[in-house]
Design a protein around this ligand. Structure first.
Ligand SMILES: [Zn+2]
Length: 156
């Protein structure tokens, strides 16, 4: 089992998994790992706080996305500490691509505000992680990674 990074150790656990800061909780108090709270994700990103652990980011930020996001440097999901992002890629089936079937908007609407759902586009074939020194916010809530560092890290 992958060790939980230090920054994530004080997050609430759900079946042994730390619950990321930016996921949606339904009304029964169940975290929905497949649904990102996009408003919160944007707010955290603006404040340079990690989307996974919620703590302040210093130095490099990491983004996870499919091939098109990675090529364009544009990401819907917010920035994370590189170590938190690597952990998410290793353990989260929605990030690693082992769970490729995103649920429909209709199902999500019962539990979450429409703004909080993932797009219904087909999931990208392979997810990767990039690191950058800076990022901008674009209109529409997209993050633009600038000043990239190192190579793209792909899910194993
Ligand atoms: Zn973090």
């Amino acid at each position: 089992m992958t060790e939980i990074p230090r920054a994530l150790r004080d997050r609430p656990l759900w079946h042994g998994m730390p619950v990321p800061m930016n996921v949606v909780w339904d009304r029964n108090g169940t975290p929905d790992f497949a649904s990102l709270n996009h408003e919160l994700s944007v707010a955290l990103g603006k404040a340079r706080q990690c989307g996974m652990c919620g703590k302040r980011m210093r130095g490099e930020a990491a983004f996870i996305g499919g091939p098109h996001s990675l090529e364009a440097g544009l990401f819907r999901d917010g920035p994370m500490h590189p170590e938190c992002a690597r952990y998410a890629m290793q353990v989260c089936p929605f990030v690693s691509g082992t769970h490729r079937q995103y649920r429909s908007l209709d199902v999500e609407r019962e539990h979450a505000t429409p703004i909080a759902v993932h797009p219904t586009a087909p999931p990208p074939q392979q997810m990767g992680l990039i690191r950058c020194r800076r990022y901008d916010m674009l209109p529409g809530g997209l993050f633009h990674a600038v000043d990239r560092v190192g190579e793209t890290e792909w899910v194993q």
